[in-house]
Design a protein around this ligand. Structure first.
Ligand code: NAD
Length: 287
Protein backbone atom coordinates (compact mmCIF):
# COMPACT_ATOMS: atom_id res chain seq x y z
CA UNK A 1 0.00 0.00 0.00
CA UNK A 2 1.60 3.26 -1.04
CA UNK A 3 -0.39 6.23 0.21
CA UNK A 4 -3.00 5.84 2.95
CA UNK A 5 -6.12 7.69 1.84
CA UNK A 6 -8.63 6.10 4.18
CA UNK A 7 -8.64 4.54 7.63
CA UNK A 8 -11.11 2.47 9.63
CA UNK A 9 -11.31 3.38 13.32
CA UNK A 10 -12.85 0.61 15.41
CA UNK A 11 -14.31 2.17 18.55
CA UNK A 12 -15.97 5.59 18.71
CA UNK A 13 -15.22 6.51 22.31
CA UNK A 14 -12.90 9.22 23.59
CA UNK A 15 -9.95 8.10 21.47
CA UNK A 16 -11.64 6.63 18.40
CA UNK A 17 -13.71 9.78 17.87
CA UNK A 18 -10.57 11.90 18.18
CA UNK A 19 -8.58 9.73 15.74
CA UNK A 20 -11.35 9.85 13.12
CA UNK A 21 -11.59 13.64 13.43
CA UNK A 22 -7.83 14.08 13.21
CA UNK A 23 -7.67 11.90 10.10
CA UNK A 24 -10.54 13.72 8.37
CA UNK A 25 -9.04 17.11 9.25
CA UNK A 26 -5.85 15.96 7.47
CA UNK A 27 -7.83 14.92 4.36
CA UNK A 28 -7.91 11.19 5.15
CA UNK A 29 -11.31 9.49 4.82
CA UNK A 30 -12.37 7.93 8.13
CA UNK A 31 -14.78 5.04 8.64
CA UNK A 32 -15.90 5.36 12.26
CA UNK A 33 -17.06 1.96 13.55
CA UNK A 34 -18.63 1.04 16.89
CA UNK A 35 -20.98 -1.71 18.04
CA UNK A 36 -22.85 0.89 20.07
CA UNK A 37 -24.99 3.24 17.94
CA UNK A 38 -25.25 5.74 20.81
CA UNK A 39 -21.48 6.06 20.90
CA UNK A 40 -21.46 6.72 17.16
CA UNK A 41 -24.05 9.41 17.67
CA UNK A 42 -21.96 10.95 20.46
CA UNK A 43 -18.89 10.87 18.22
CA UNK A 44 -20.82 12.57 15.42
CA UNK A 45 -21.93 15.37 17.78
CA UNK A 46 -18.37 15.76 19.06
CA UNK A 47 -17.09 16.03 15.47
CA UNK A 48 -19.68 18.67 14.52
CA UNK A 49 -19.07 20.68 17.71
CA UNK A 50 -15.28 20.59 17.44
CA UNK A 51 -15.28 21.52 13.76
CA UNK A 52 -17.62 24.44 14.30
CA UNK A 53 -15.49 25.65 17.23
CA UNK A 54 -12.42 25.42 14.98
CA UNK A 55 -14.18 27.65 12.43
CA UNK A 56 -15.23 30.14 15.13
CA UNK A 57 -11.65 30.34 16.39
CA UNK A 58 -10.27 30.85 12.89
CA UNK A 59 -8.36 27.55 12.91
CA UNK A 60 -10.08 26.41 9.71
CA UNK A 61 -12.51 27.76 7.12
CA UNK A 62 -16.14 26.63 6.90
CA UNK A 63 -15.24 24.80 3.63
CA UNK A 64 -12.44 22.89 5.38
CA UNK A 65 -14.78 21.98 8.24
CA UNK A 66 -17.48 20.79 5.83
CA UNK A 67 -14.94 18.80 3.87
CA UNK A 68 -13.61 17.13 7.07
CA UNK A 69 -17.14 16.25 8.23
CA UNK A 70 -17.89 14.86 4.76
CA UNK A 71 -14.87 12.54 5.05
CA UNK A 72 -16.25 10.75 8.13
CA UNK A 73 -18.87 8.01 7.87
CA UNK A 74 -20.43 6.11 10.78
CA UNK A 75 -21.02 2.35 10.92
CA UNK A 76 -22.22 -0.25 13.39
CA UNK A 77 -20.85 -2.99 11.13
CA UNK A 78 -17.10 -3.32 10.53
CA UNK A 79 -17.80 -4.96 7.15
CA UNK A 80 -18.95 -1.57 5.80
CA UNK A 81 -15.39 -0.28 6.27
CA UNK A 82 -13.77 -3.09 4.28
CA UNK A 83 -12.27 -0.73 1.67
CA UNK A 84 -10.15 1.15 4.24
CA UNK A 85 -6.39 1.29 3.50
CA UNK A 86 -5.41 1.10 7.18
CA UNK A 87 -7.33 -0.10 10.25
CA UNK A 88 -6.88 1.02 13.83
CA UNK A 89 -8.61 -0.54 16.80
CA UNK A 90 -9.48 1.93 19.59
CA UNK A 91 -11.97 -0.05 21.66
CA UNK A 92 -12.21 -0.86 25.36
CA UNK A 93 -8.86 -1.66 27.04
CA UNK A 94 -9.54 -5.35 27.62
CA UNK A 95 -7.66 -8.19 25.99
CA UNK A 96 -10.79 -10.26 25.25
CA UNK A 97 -12.54 -7.29 23.60
CA UNK A 98 -9.50 -6.55 21.44
CA UNK A 99 -8.82 -10.14 20.39
CA UNK A 100 -12.44 -10.49 19.25
CA UNK A 101 -12.08 -7.31 17.19
CA UNK A 102 -8.75 -8.43 15.70
CA UNK A 103 -10.35 -11.74 14.66
CA UNK A 104 -13.01 -9.75 12.81
CA UNK A 105 -10.46 -7.32 11.33
CA UNK A 106 -8.57 -10.26 9.86
CA UNK A 107 -11.70 -11.36 8.00
CA UNK A 108 -12.87 -7.90 6.89
CA UNK A 109 -9.75 -6.14 5.56
CA UNK A 110 -7.53 -7.06 2.62
CA UNK A 111 -4.25 -8.83 3.35
CA UNK A 112 -2.17 -5.71 2.64
CA UNK A 113 -3.96 -3.62 5.32
CA UNK A 114 -2.08 -2.68 8.49
CA UNK A 115 -3.95 -3.75 11.63
CA UNK A 116 -3.00 -1.21 14.29
CA UNK A 117 -4.12 -0.89 17.90
CA UNK A 118 -4.36 2.19 20.06
CA UNK A 119 -3.96 0.09 23.21
CA UNK A 120 -2.41 1.92 26.17
CA UNK A 121 -0.79 -1.07 27.76
CA UNK A 122 -1.64 -4.45 26.23
CA UNK A 123 1.17 -6.45 24.62
CA UNK A 124 1.22 -6.00 20.82
CA UNK A 125 2.92 -9.39 20.47
CA UNK A 126 0.13 -11.12 22.44
CA UNK A 127 -2.59 -9.46 20.37
CA UNK A 128 -0.76 -10.32 17.13
CA UNK A 129 -0.38 -13.95 18.23
CA UNK A 130 -4.17 -14.33 18.32
CA UNK A 131 -4.27 -13.80 14.54
CA UNK A 132 -1.05 -15.66 13.90
CA UNK A 133 -0.98 -15.50 10.07
CA UNK A 134 -1.33 -11.73 10.09
CA UNK A 135 1.07 -11.03 12.99
CA UNK A 136 3.52 -9.11 10.73
CA UNK A 137 0.72 -6.59 9.99
CA UNK A 138 -0.05 -5.84 13.66
CA UNK A 139 1.44 -2.75 15.30
CA UNK A 140 0.79 -0.40 18.22
CA UNK A 141 -0.17 3.13 17.20
CA UNK A 142 -0.76 4.88 20.50
CA UNK A 143 -2.37 8.32 20.26
CA UNK A 144 -2.81 10.72 23.18
CA UNK A 145 -5.86 12.46 24.57
CA UNK A 146 -7.22 14.80 23.24
CA UNK A 147 -6.09 13.36 19.90
CA UNK A 148 -6.61 16.49 17.76
CA UNK A 149 -4.33 18.45 20.12
CA UNK A 150 -1.63 16.05 21.32
CA UNK A 151 1.36 15.67 19.00
CA UNK A 152 2.75 12.34 20.18
CA UNK A 153 2.10 8.91 18.70
CA UNK A 154 3.98 6.07 20.40
CA UNK A 155 4.73 3.41 17.77
CA UNK A 156 5.22 -0.11 19.13
CA UNK A 157 6.39 -3.09 17.12
CA UNK A 158 5.36 -6.57 18.15
CA UNK A 159 7.90 -9.38 17.83
CA UNK A 160 6.75 -10.18 14.28
CA UNK A 161 5.85 -6.69 13.01
CA UNK A 162 7.21 -6.19 9.47
CA UNK A 163 9.56 -3.26 8.86
CA UNK A 164 7.31 -2.04 6.04
CA UNK A 165 4.38 -1.92 8.46
CA UNK A 166 6.39 0.25 10.87
CA UNK A 167 7.27 2.56 7.97
CA UNK A 168 3.64 2.88 6.82
CA UNK A 169 2.50 3.61 10.39
CA UNK A 170 5.20 6.27 10.93
CA UNK A 171 4.25 7.91 7.63
CA UNK A 172 0.56 7.91 8.50
CA UNK A 173 1.27 9.48 11.91
CA UNK A 174 3.20 12.28 10.16
CA UNK A 175 0.44 12.75 7.60
CA UNK A 176 -1.97 13.27 10.53
CA UNK A 177 0.33 16.01 11.86
CA UNK A 178 1.78 13.87 14.66
CA UNK A 179 5.29 13.03 15.79
CA UNK A 180 5.82 9.26 15.94
CA UNK A 181 8.27 8.00 18.59
CA UNK A 182 9.18 4.31 18.90
CA UNK A 183 8.84 2.37 22.16
CA UNK A 184 9.34 -1.30 22.93
CA UNK A 185 6.58 -3.81 23.55
CA UNK A 186 6.53 -3.88 27.36
CA UNK A 187 3.41 -3.33 29.46
CA UNK A 188 2.36 0.31 29.31
CA UNK A 189 5.19 1.05 26.84
CA UNK A 190 6.93 4.26 28.02
CA UNK A 191 4.01 6.67 28.50
CA UNK A 192 1.75 4.65 30.76
CA UNK A 193 4.54 2.81 32.55
CA UNK A 194 5.52 6.22 33.92
CA UNK A 195 2.20 8.12 33.98
CA UNK A 196 -0.24 5.58 35.47
CA UNK A 197 1.70 4.82 38.69
CA UNK A 198 1.84 8.59 39.26
CA UNK A 199 -1.93 8.89 38.80
CA UNK A 200 -2.48 5.86 41.05
CA UNK A 201 -0.28 7.43 43.74
CA UNK A 202 -2.33 10.63 43.53
CA UNK A 203 -5.43 8.54 44.37
CA UNK A 204 -3.57 7.09 47.39
CA UNK A 205 -2.58 10.61 48.50
CA UNK A 206 -6.26 11.61 48.31
CA UNK A 207 -7.46 8.41 50.04
CA UNK A 208 -4.95 8.81 52.87
CA UNK A 209 -5.93 12.44 53.41
CA UNK A 210 -2.59 13.91 52.38
CA UNK A 211 -4.58 16.64 50.59
CA UNK A 212 -7.88 17.24 48.82
CA UNK A 213 -8.03 16.56 45.04
CA UNK A 214 -7.93 20.27 44.11
CA UNK A 215 -4.79 20.74 46.23
CA UNK A 216 -3.08 17.60 44.91
CA UNK A 217 -3.68 18.86 41.37
CA UNK A 218 -2.59 22.42 42.18
CA UNK A 219 0.64 21.18 43.79
CA UNK A 220 1.50 19.04 40.78
CA UNK A 221 0.64 21.86 38.36
CA UNK A 222 2.57 24.60 40.09
CA UNK A 223 5.38 22.48 41.51
CA UNK A 224 6.10 20.22 38.54
CA UNK A 225 4.90 22.49 35.73
CA UNK A 226 2.34 19.89 34.63
CA UNK A 227 -0.41 21.47 32.48
CA UNK A 228 -3.04 19.67 34.57
CA UNK A 229 -2.94 17.74 37.83
CA UNK A 230 -2.97 13.91 37.89
CA UNK A 231 -6.53 13.58 39.24
CA UNK A 232 -7.95 16.00 36.67
CA UNK A 233 -5.99 14.10 34.00
CA UNK A 234 -7.41 10.78 35.26
CA UNK A 235 -10.94 12.16 34.74
CA UNK A 236 -9.99 13.25 31.21
CA UNK A 237 -8.51 9.84 30.36
CA UNK A 238 -11.42 7.93 31.93
CA UNK A 239 -11.14 6.27 35.36
CA UNK A 240 -12.12 2.90 33.86
CA UNK A 241 -9.29 3.23 31.33
CA UNK A 242 -6.80 4.11 34.14
CA UNK A 243 -8.05 1.13 36.14
CA UNK A 244 -7.72 -1.27 33.19
CA UNK A 245 -4.19 -0.05 32.43
CA UNK A 246 -3.12 -0.51 36.07
CA UNK A 247 -4.51 -4.06 35.95
CA UNK A 248 -2.40 -4.80 32.85
CA UNK A 249 0.73 -3.35 34.54
CA UNK A 250 -0.03 -5.37 37.68
CA UNK A 251 -0.54 -8.64 35.80
CA UNK A 252 2.37 -8.20 33.40
CA UNK A 253 4.96 -6.72 35.77
CA UNK A 254 3.85 -8.77 38.78
CA UNK A 255 4.33 -6.18 41.50
CA UNK A 256 1.82 -5.03 44.13
CA UNK A 257 2.73 -1.39 43.55
CA UNK A 258 0.81 -1.50 40.27
CA UNK A 259 -2.49 -2.61 41.82
CA UNK A 260 -5.17 0.08 41.32
CA UNK A 261 -5.82 2.19 44.43
CA UNK A 262 -9.08 1.24 46.26
CA UNK A 263 -10.32 4.82 45.81
CA UNK A 264 -9.95 4.49 42.02
CA UNK A 265 -11.63 1.07 42.06
CA UNK A 266 -14.53 2.42 44.10
CA UNK A 267 -15.23 5.30 41.69
CA UNK A 268 -15.12 2.92 38.71
CA UNK A 269 -17.55 0.54 40.45
CA UNK A 270 -19.89 3.47 41.09
CA UNK A 271 -19.81 4.32 37.37
CA UNK A 272 -18.13 7.68 38.03
CA UNK A 273 -15.71 7.45 35.12
CA UNK A 274 -14.71 11.10 34.70
CA UNK A 275 -15.51 13.55 31.89
CA UNK A 276 -17.35 10.96 29.82
CA UNK A 277 -19.97 10.31 32.54
CA UNK A 278 -20.01 13.86 33.95
CA UNK A 279 -18.56 12.76 37.28
CA UNK A 280 -15.30 11.21 38.41
CA UNK A 281 -12.88 12.67 40.93
CA UNK A 282 -14.67 15.95 40.19
CA UNK A 283 -18.32 16.69 39.47
CA UNK A 284 -18.83 18.23 36.01
CA UNK A 285 -22.63 18.16 36.02
CA UNK A 286 -22.90 21.91 36.63
CA UNK A 287 -20.12 23.03 34.30
P1 NAD B 1 -13.95 4.54 25.63
O1 NAD B 1 -14.48 3.74 26.77
O2 NAD B 1 -14.21 6.01 25.59
O3 NAD B 1 -14.47 3.93 24.24
C1 NAD B 1 -14.35 2.57 23.92
C2 NAD B 1 -15.30 2.31 22.76
O4 NAD B 1 -15.08 0.97 22.27
C3 NAD B 1 -16.78 2.41 23.15
O5 NAD B 1 -17.42 3.34 22.29
C4 NAD B 1 -17.32 0.99 22.91
O6 NAD B 1 -18.66 0.97 22.46
C5 NAD B 1 -16.35 0.52 21.84
N1 NAD B 1 -16.32 -0.93 21.66
C6 NAD B 1 -16.30 -1.90 22.61
N2 NAD B 1 -16.31 -3.11 22.01
C7 NAD B 1 -16.34 -2.91 20.67
C8 NAD B 1 -16.36 -3.75 19.53
N3 NAD B 1 -16.38 -5.08 19.65
N4 NAD B 1 -16.37 -3.19 18.30
C9 NAD B 1 -16.37 -1.84 18.15
N5 NAD B 1 -16.35 -0.98 19.20
C10 NAD B 1 -16.34 -1.52 20.44
O7 NAD B 1 -12.39 4.23 25.60
P2 NAD B 1 -11.20 5.17 25.06
O8 NAD B 1 -10.76 6.05 26.16
O9 NAD B 1 -11.58 5.73 23.75
O10 NAD B 1 -10.05 4.08 24.87
C11 NAD B 1 -9.98 3.27 23.70
C12 NAD B 1 -8.60 2.68 23.60
O11 NAD B 1 -7.63 3.75 23.54
C13 NAD B 1 -8.20 1.82 24.81
O12 NAD B 1 -7.38 0.78 24.35
C14 NAD B 1 -7.41 2.80 25.66
O13 NAD B 1 -6.49 2.18 26.51
C15 NAD B 1 -6.69 3.60 24.59
N6 NAD B 1 -6.25 4.95 24.99
C16 NAD B 1 -7.03 5.73 25.79
C17 NAD B 1 -6.58 7.02 26.12
C18 NAD B 1 -7.43 7.93 26.96
O14 NAD B 1 -6.92 8.98 27.40
N7 NAD B 1 -8.71 7.64 27.17
C19 NAD B 1 -5.35 7.47 25.65
C20 NAD B 1 -4.59 6.65 24.80
C21 NAD B 1 -5.05 5.38 24.48
Amino acid sequence: MSEIKSIAVIGAGTMGAGIALTAASAGVRAYQVDVNAEQLDRAKKYHAKTLSRNVEKGRMTQEQADSAQGLISYHTSMAESKDAHFAIEAATEQFEVKTKIFGEMLKVYGDHVVLATNTSSISITSLAATIDVAAPRVIGMHFFNPVPVMKLVEVINGLETATTVTGITMELAKKLGKTPVPANDRAGFVSNRVLMPMINEAFYAWMEGVAEPEDIDEIMKLGMAHPMGPLRLADLIGLDVCHDIMMVLHTELGQDKYFPCPKLRQLVRAGHLGDKTGRGVYDYSKS
